[in-house]
Design a protein around this ligand. Structure first.
Ligand code: AMP
Length: 304
């Protein structure tokens, strides 16, 4: 039986511009992308906050994916808003505006029935909120955590404190270098492992993913795609697929982590094919599994 995943992060309205199009106020956020992605594998419990501009249309997305929204708080004010743009190099988002809104006063209280969740994903939000969520959970099996340049620049000590309490850190390449203050990625990875987590997963956009655990390194390419429209949420779809696959399998070891990385990469590859959540919300489990096997073929080789 698969374990439940507790996911905390932002639920947002995003305005996104890529070289292929532009959309304003579309449903997004780190917890949204990761919850929808993880829901294809395991039951998801969401902890986040929204404002009074959050409507039934958005709730329907969570309902469709059977995301438990008992931990979704509604506060007076506006939902978190992020505005970003991508150039032809789709690997790096340029943040144009961040409005924390209801996140400024959010103090997450984890519902009693969520506290024994075995799998926890701390999506990118204020690192102090991530830690406060973690302190309310009883002995999870695996805690993974994301962050971003916004927090690494603004609250580096809080980011490090949160990372010291988690099993897996999942961040992108630029953030790895920034947090470690080191340009060589391997050295930077080792510096982050020295902060406490047992595993570091570095997301490298169209170049795939590297996983470091201090003794071995695992590399996965990104799935080669002809149509990439919007990279927003790729990192969170990755993390959701990774945690979802782990929770579904129920084992915690290197083999399960590697399979999780491929499921995560599959989810990220679907996510970028259309704007916002469009592609993810239209998927079936058989679409996912068939791309997983294509992935296996993509990276298979034999010794002489
Ligand atoms: P990614 O998977 O890294 O592309 O994350 C994209 C999501 O991150 C967007 O849907 C944004 O709403 C969300 N986001 C951007 N900046 C922040 C922030 N400072 N805190 C929380 N969420 C954010």
């Amino acid at each position: 039986m698969s374990g439940s995943i507790l996911i905390v992060g932002s639920v947002a309205f995003d305005s996104v511009k890529t070289p292929f199009g532009e959309e304003d106020d579309i449903f997004g956020g780190t917890a949204t992308y990761s919850s929808v992605s993880a829901s294809f594998f395991s039951p998801v419990r969401l902890v986040a906050v929204v404002g009074d501009d959050f409507g039934e249309k958005e709730m329907d997305v969570f309902r469709k994916h059977k995301v438990d929204t008992e931990g979704l708080t509604r506060m007076p004010g506006k939902t978190f808003r992020w505005k970003g743009e991508y150039g032809y190099d789709l690997n790096e988002a340029r943040t144009l505006d961040t409005q924390l809104n209801v996140f400024e006063k959010f103090d997450p209280v984890i519902p009693e029935q969520y506290r024994s969740s075995e799998y926890v994903f701390l999506g990118n939000i204020d690192p102090d909120l991530q830690l406060s969520v973690l302190q309310q959970i009883k002995r999870p099996r695996i805690v993974a955590c994301d962050s971003m340049n916004y927090w690494i620049k603004g609250k580096p000590e809080a980011v490090k404190r949160t990372f010291s309490h988690v099993d897996i850190v999942v961040i992108n390449e630029a953030e790895t270098r920034m947090l470690a203050n080191e340009s060589n990625l391997v050295r930077a990875a080792n510096k982050i492992l020295a902060m406490g987590p047992k595993t570091l997963i570095v997301k490298r956009g169209e170049y795939g993913v590297l996983m470091f655990n201090g003794t071995s390194v695992f590399a996965a390419p990104a799935f080669p795609l002809e149509d990439v429209f919007d990279p927003t949420g790729a990192g969170d779809s990755f993390a959701g697929g990774f945690m979802g696959a782990l929770a579904q399998e129920g084992t915690v070891n290197e083999r399960a982590f590697r399979r999780g990385i491929i499921y995560g990469s599959v989810m990220a590859s679907f996510n970028v094919e259309q704007f916002g959540l469009k592609r993810l919300t239209g998927l079936t489990r058989s679409d996912i599994d068939s791309r997983f096997y294509q992935f296996k073929a993509l990276t298979h080789f034999e010794e002489l």
